[in-house]
Design a binder for this molecule. Structure first.
Ligand SMILES: [Mn+2]
Length: 434
């Protein structure tokens, strides 16, 4: 019994507003599916965030169709759950379209009973719990799962009461799990709880394989309950998701290897990583004067492939002109972040006021949502204002690399929650408040 475990494909993600990056995300998906077919898998799992948005464009839907026709032709079933990026608040999601075309099978809680060769349903309150089944030779495997849900939802609904595995079964979840995120990133302060919705004790026991998504970094671990796997995103997500980081120690650049990108082929419940070649992201941290910076970047240039995306974090006690650095590091995409202490506090030179002082938590969250590279979280923002922060399911918790936590303090809103809902459009447009 062999299957592919893919997650966080993010079709349609025009990273840094570059349409060709969306095509690269699509190409990685195609490569993962091609490799899975070559491997002769019995089925493919897509564990959430197939799309970058819950409203993919026609072009993005077409990319999904073109790739998913391949396993369909090869007679390989695909099972999927929706992630935080692509689930919809409405009745029909893009996944329902794909299912209607016979390109995948949607697992989880649904309003209607579904019965076919690959899906069975069980009544659960007012819903149906829809599960996948695959027969391979003499073996039969059940595929359970549920779409991305908020921490608030899990307060009221216990996975251990919903899922009772029997025989060989797999559980698909697109969530952050506290202990696993901390194993990857270290202890995350309590004030920044956005990075998990579940703890290990919330997971139902008895599954042979926990097929996870949501965290964009590849990670495998085994707890007493079994093998838990995050395949990570197929392409590099941001500069926190670097291939290599060069950190200046005052004398030389020390390279640190980053993460690999790809997906898992799982044979008899043993995962094997399949690495995909993706565009390199290089992160450079340099604290030096102008002369040293120019000399050292010229040296480093040899080591950086032309097609790389590079972020250069540069700082020094006195300001100097960094505009020429683009000619030194002639790479596909260069993002320079300069921080000169001498400039600190001078109006108009980048010293922003502390955000917590001027905005309510709901407003801060809106600003964060609206500030995304490609803003398509209108639904989430509207919901945020209608319901306030606590009830809203975060839609972007896995931004900013899988695990980097943004220093936004989460204070419970007191009194009337949304302060000035009418101003939301003004902020999004960057216009004036009243
Ligand atoms: Mn994702």
């Amino acid at each position: 019994m062999k299957f592919a475990h893919i997650a966080d494909v993010h079709l349609g993600f025009e990273q840094y507003r570059l349409p060709y990056r969306a095509r690269e995300f699509a190409r990685s998906f195609e490569e993962a599916v091609d490799r899975s077919i070559e491997e002769g898998v019995d089925f493919i799992l897509i564990v959430g965030d197939l799309f970058h948005s819950s409203r993919p464009s026609p072009g993005t839907i077409q990319e999904a169709l073109e790739v998913l026709e391949k396993p369909k032709k090869a007679g390989i079933p695909v099972f999927a759950i929706e992630g935080n990026h692509d689930r919809t608040q409405r009745k029909v999601s893009a996944y329902n379209l794909l299912e209607r075309l016979g390109l995948l099978h949607l697992i989880g809680l649904r309003d209607e009973r579904v019965e076919n060769d690959f899906l069975t349903s069980e009544r659960l309150g007012s819903k149906y719990l829809v599960r996948g089944t695959v027969e391979t030779g003499r073996r039969s495997v059940e595929i359970h799962g549920i779409k991305y849900m908020s921490a608030a939802w899990f307060e009221k609904n216990k996975l251990t009461e919903i899922f009772k595995p029997e025989g060989d079964a797999i559980l698909m979840l697109h969530q952050g799990i506290k202990e696993l995120v901390e194993k990857m990133a270290g202890i995350i302060p309590d004030s920044q709880r956005d990075y998990f919705e579940l703890r290990m004790k919330d997971l139902p026991k008895g599954y042979r394989y926990y097929a996870l998504g949501h965290i964009h970094r590849e990670f495998v671990t085994s707890y007493d309950i079994g093998t838990l796997v995050y395949p990570g995103s197929l392409q590099r997500w941001d500069f926190g998701d670097y291939e290599v980081r060069y950190r200046w120690n005052g004398r030389s650049f020390i390279p640190e290897a980053g993460t690999r990108k790809g997906f898992y082929i799982v044979e008899d419940f043993k995962p094997r990583f399949v690495e995909l070649k993706v565009r390199p992201f290089v992160d450079i941290k340099l604290k030096a004067d102008e002369e040293t910076a120019i000399r050292e970047l010229q040296r480093l240039r040899e080591k950086i492939p032309r097609e790389a995306f590079v972020r250069l974090d540069i700082s020094w006690e006195k300001p100097y002109d960094v505009s020429g650095f683009r000619r030194i590091l002639e790479v596909e995409h260069l993002y320079v972040r300069a921080r000169f202490e001498g400039k600190k506090g001078v109006p108009g030179s980048g010293g922003l006021p502390e955000p917590g002082k001027y905005f309510t938590p709901v407003e801060l969250k809106t600003i964060r949502l609206a500030g995304e590279k490609d803003f398509n979280e209108v639904d989430a923002v509207i919901e945020l204002f209608l319901k306030g922060e606590e009830e809203t399911e975060p839609t972007l918790t896995d931004e900013k690399s899988a695990i980097k936590v943004e220093p936004v303090e989460r204070v419970k809103p007191e009194g009337p929650k949304p302060k000035k809902p009418s101003n939301i459009l003004a902020w999004i447009g960057g216009g004036d408040e009243d």
